[in-house]
Design a protein around this ligand. Structure first.
Ligand SMILES: NC(=O)c1ccc[n+]([C@@H]2O[C@H](COP(=O)([O-])OP(=O)(O)OC[C@H]3O[C@@H](n4cnc5c(N)ncnc54)[C@H](O)[C@@H]3O)[C@@H](O)[C@H]2O)c1
Length: 355
């Protein structure tokens, strides 16, 4: 087998160039082609990178040079595309959220397992050095008992953002702030402090009256380990500030602001702590004020890992199975907001939340 893996991009919108740029920097992988419905953007991207353009997914999957597909379509289309790619024997990197229901998520995971194919998810914030530093400190027990794990996402999106494509204003497509924007940070809370045992969420639309979506979520989380947490997530708060992830335990506190460590304080100060406090490029935007204002380094890390995982026949660092609980947290928040009471996990799918 050729040791360089061929990648195809399904979708050529906002996130596609991040994958294309990341692939350019990866060892052992190369972009082979692009496919999107309404081919203007696909043609532009294919021309820019000097790669093939396909008009349908079936056509892309007939190309023997493609071994991996990045699924970059609107959220509600992920499931069918992922299933088709797996059925055609391709490894997959799917954008977040991997699917719109637990049933869909489970079907994907089972199909990948049956076919012995890798199925990774682009919740790329997990690989950020600042997040990894917090994760290692938790695993090492430096926080002691974790008391509080919070995510504060006070972002801003112009009203026009919701009208750049019909799916961005559709509940059914998963365009609300909870499952679309805050998904990354719900995922970090699960990754760092989860699993979550119970949620209570309230949702409203503060600044985008032209769409029938929540642009603001305020939620309470109870973690299974006894910690509590709050989630504030909004695209209504001009001008938008960097996300804060806060972990507070009996022996220390850490705050990640965007990609930076904003606070790193433990009772057992160690020599490496000064280096950890310097993590993060203060100039790097992290999507607080615009949908494409962020770097592609984290996608590069995720894609490089997937390439290595395929070669080494191991799980990628972010398999979809590890993101299933994040899907469940997001769905539970919608159920709680719709029903007006707390929701305990695990939950069953409730399709009415997308109606
Ligand atoms: N990881 C991140 O930080 C991040 C950031 C932005 C978006 N995303 C995710 O990426 C995905 C795409 O978002 P986007 O902002 O790029 O959307 P977009 O609307 O800008 O682009 C979607 C693309 O999919 C194509 N498409 C739509 N239906 C199709 C179909 N049936 N077959 C083939 N192509 C089809 C469109 O033509 C378009 O090229 C979403 O799941 C979103 O949540 C992730």
């Amino acid at each position: 087998m050729n040791s360089t893996l061929g990648f195809g991009l399904l979708g050529a919108g906002l996130i596609a160039p991040f994958h294309a740029r990341a692939l350019r920097d990866c060892r052992g992988g190369r972009l082979v082609g692009v496919c999107a419905r309404g081919s203007v953007r696909a043609k532009k991207l294919a021309d820019e990178y000097g790669v093939r353009e396909y008009s349908t997914l079936d056509q892309m999957l007939e190309d023997p040079d493609i071994q991996v597909v990045c699924v970059l379509t609107p959220n509600h289309l992920h499931h069918d595309a992922v299933m088709a790619c797996l059925a055609a024997g391709r490894h997959v990197l799917v954008e977040k959220p991997p699917a719109m229901t637990l049933r869909e998520t489970d079907e994907m995971i089972a199909a990948a397992d049956r076919a012995n194919l890798r199925l990774a998810c682009a919740v790329q914030c997990r690989v950020r050095p600042a997040v990894q530093a917090v994760r290692h400190a938790i695993i090492e027990g430096r926080f002691g008992r974790v008391f509080e794990a919070d995510a504060i996402m006070k972002w801003y999106r112009e009203p026009d953002y919701y009208h750049t494509d019909p799916w961005r204003s559709s509940r059914r497509s998963g365009a609300g702030v909870t499952v679309q924007h805050a998904f990354h940070y719900l995922d970090l809370l699960h990754y760092l402090a989860g699993p979550v045992a119970e949620v209570e969420g309230r949702m409203t639309n503060l600044a985008h009256p032209s769409v029938n979506l929540e642009d603001t979520l305020t939620a309470f989380l109870a973690y299974r380990n006894g910690a509590w947490g709050v989630v504030q997530a909004s695209t209504a708060l001009w001008p938008g500030v960097d996300v804060r992830i806060e972990i507070h335990g009996e022996n220390g506190s850490a705050i990640v602001s965007g990609e930076k460590i904003a606070l790193w304080k433990f009772r057992d100060e160690r020599a490496e702590d000064e280096t950890i406090r310097a993590i993060g490029d203060p100039r790097q935007a992290t999507a607080a004020s615009g949908p494409a204002d962020f770097g592609y380094a984290d996608h590069r890390t995720v894609i490089q890992d997937l390439i290595d995982a395929i070669h080494e026949q191991r799980e990628p660092v972010i398999p979809v199975r590890s993101v299933r609980h994040t899907v469940e947290i997001a769905l539970a928040l919608y159920q709680s907001a719709a029903r007006g009471h707390p929701v305990k996990l695990p939950i069953e799918d409730d399709p009415s939340i997308w109606a």
